[in-house]
Design a protein. Sequence first.
Length: 272
Amino acid sequence: MKLGVFDSGLGGLLIARAIRSALPDVDMLYFGDTLHLPYGNRSDEAIYKYTRKAMDYLFAQDCALIVIACNTASAAALRRLQQTYLPTLKGTPYAGRNIIGVVVPTLEAAIDQKFKSIGLIATHSIVTSGVYAEELKKLNPHLSMRAQATPLLVPMIEQGGLPWIDGVLAFYLRDFCEDPVDALLLGCTHYPIIRDRISAHLPAQTQIMAQDEIIPQKLRDYLMRHPEYSDRIGRNGRSEFHVSDLTNNYLTAAQALYGHAIPVMEAKDYDT
């Protein structure tokens, strides 16, 4: 069986690459729902529908555990998937499998560091959902969070806007410069690409926490605590990359993001 990694498009490839580095022996299948990206401007119901279809696909591809490496899908669909979708798998060949996300592990990592003040930058949909603040209150009600929506960053990263991104970052991060936080969480899987650019606009005492560093370690810990999943995942170091719609532009961008050529294939039997 395999470890599944899901994202709506490109950003999750950074998580997949980091997981591969941290867990080089696991058999892993990455699936990007490129047919429906971006998820950020979709309704919660649409995001749930698309994400559920992706879970169906990944389970059918023999994944024992799926990491939703997408903040938007984690916010809009994960809880519902865990509470209403997974129970429907009882009595099917997919019973006993699980789905986890990236929001709670990211917050846990910040809490572990005992920061007194936490900031968050993320897409507009993530910030307006309040999911990070809501989950933080459950984990540590004594901590608060300041969030800033940064909706231009993903399209600039994906569409060649990096030469102009510093002015946008200066605008988005001005409040964190005037009133610094101990840690700034990068609440989007695309943002590690510009980590150094973000850091250049922040006070030296602000520590950046990126999910490509957090999730692999949290996943390793999770697998150690849950042998019911870990023991079922193959350990041959195999990687597969599937997408719901494959274009030359995506292939070029994916390989540049991952750091080398990867065998991306279109999921021909994906039920859209």
